[in-house]
Design a protein around this ligand. Structure first.
Ligand SMILES: NC(=O)c1ccc[n+]([C@@H]2O[C@H](COP(=O)([O-])OP(=O)(O)OC[C@H]3O[C@@H](n4cnc5c(N)ncnc54)[C@H](O)[C@@H]3O)[C@@H](O)[C@H]2O)c1
Length: 340
């Protein structure tokens, strides 16, 4: 059964989308059992698409999508994105398969590079074979430690291509280049989104899989000190899941986004320390903070210039960090209470 908070979020995105682009269309979502991919599966099923969810379950969870299994048109395929073959035509492909947590992808650098090279190539060939519209989930990490903030799509990056994070950064950059090559050489209809930190229900907060907000939330709920890297003055901008999913759907469906690269994220830039304080305030506990050395190549600032998405898609995030955190923390509380 789908959780009420997620169900309301899906309805909110469906109401906001206002197009029938995906109704009765065949859609492939790689990484569909992960955080973003599973919300995309829920939303596209609700929009009437026939959805194939492809995932190797390296970080994704069956419980994110098992409620969709009885739905008409929903299909779950357990396979690596580099090996998947299909004769059926997909009108739309969303390529989201990749490890995404910095601690975790550094443990699996080869797999991360392959999902973003062989995997991307396999998906592009599939899209070419069927003349599909394909969207790639790139990342703000392609900007490295940016010297221009808010960062526009035209910024070329400030990157350590040999560092510990390079498996992810260079994988995303290689994929972007490959997507552009298929667009230029074969006229393939492709779109690239550079996603900035996104959070919401289903974002894993456990162990190596954790992202910063989900880790803070789980620690605060457990009364444990919140892990802060560096002095916490480094900034991030956090986008709530509904805003991100609506942005992704608009990019995929709007003809003006064809062949384009677009930043998607919140432009509300805040220090990590302030994000930690917001979490403990909403949770209502005060377990304190535990400071640790800043990881290698951790960017000092991260905030998108979303002017292009605003102009092309008329898209802007609507959910405040406080409101998004309230929803996410409620969801984590229910998980801890054993409710689904
Ligand atoms: N969440 C964010 O804030 C964020 C920010 C920037 C970019 N992204 C990108 O969005 C995508 C999804 O991220 P997420 O946050 O949902 O992460 P996630 O780990 O929750 O989801 C990734 C999914 O991909 C699957 N996967 C990984 N390698 C695979 C492979 N080789 N074959 C098949 N499936 C594979 C995993 O099992 C998982 O279900 C990733 O490409 C990530 O780089 C996410």
């Amino acid at each position: 059964m789908i959780d009420r908070i997620i169900r309301d979020d899906v309805e909110h995105v469906v109401d906001g989308f206002e197009h029938d682009t995906f109704a009765e269309k065949s859609v492939l979502i790689t990484g569909g059992a992960g955080f973003l991919g599973s919300h995309l599966c829920d939303t596209l099923v609700a929009l009437g698409a026939a959805v194939t969810c492809l995932d190797n379950f390296s970080t994704g969870l069956l419980k994110n999508v098992d409620h969709l299994l009885p739905k008409r048109g929903f299909r779950l395929v357990k396979e690596d994105v580099s090996n998947f073959k299909e004769n059926e035509k997909f009108e739309f492909i969303f390529h989201f398969a990749s490890r995404a947590s910095p601690e975790e992808y550094q443990l699996y650098p080869v797999e991360t590079l392959l999902a973003n090279s062989r995997g991307s190539h396999n998906m592009l060939e599939l899209a070419r074979q069927h003349d599909s519209t394909i969207l790639f989930a790139s990342s703000s990490e392609v900007y490295g430690d940016p010297q221009v903030v808010p960062t526009p799509e035209s910024y070329l990056g400030n990157i350590n291509h040999l560092g510990a994070r390079s498996c992810y950064v260079e994988g995303k950059r290689f994929s972007e280049s490959l997507f552009m090559a298929f667009h230029r050489k074969y006229g393939l209809d492709m779109r690239i989104v550079r996603i900035f930190n996104t959070f919401g229900p289903r974002l894993r907060g456990d162990g190596f899989y954790a992202r910063v907000l989900s880790r803070f939330i789980l620690q605060a709920l457990a009364g444990k000190r919140l892990t802060v890297y560096g002095d916490g003055s480094q900034t991030r901008s956090f986008c709530y899941i509904t805003d991100l999913i609506l942005g992704v759907l608009l990019v995929s469906s709007n003809v003006k986004a064809r062949g384009e690269v677009l930043n998607l994220g919140s432009s509300q830039e805040i220090p990590i320390l302030d994000a930690a304080k917001q979490v403990v305030t909403i949770v209502g506990s005060n377990p304190g903070l535990s400071f640790h050395p800043l990881p290698e190549d951790d960017p000092m600032r991260r905030c998108p210039d979303t002017g292009k998405a605003k102009e092309i898609l008329e898209w802007e995030p609507q959910v405040s960090l406080e409101n998004g955190l309230e929803r996410t923390i409620s969801w984590f509380r229910k998980q801890a209470d054993g409710a689904s």
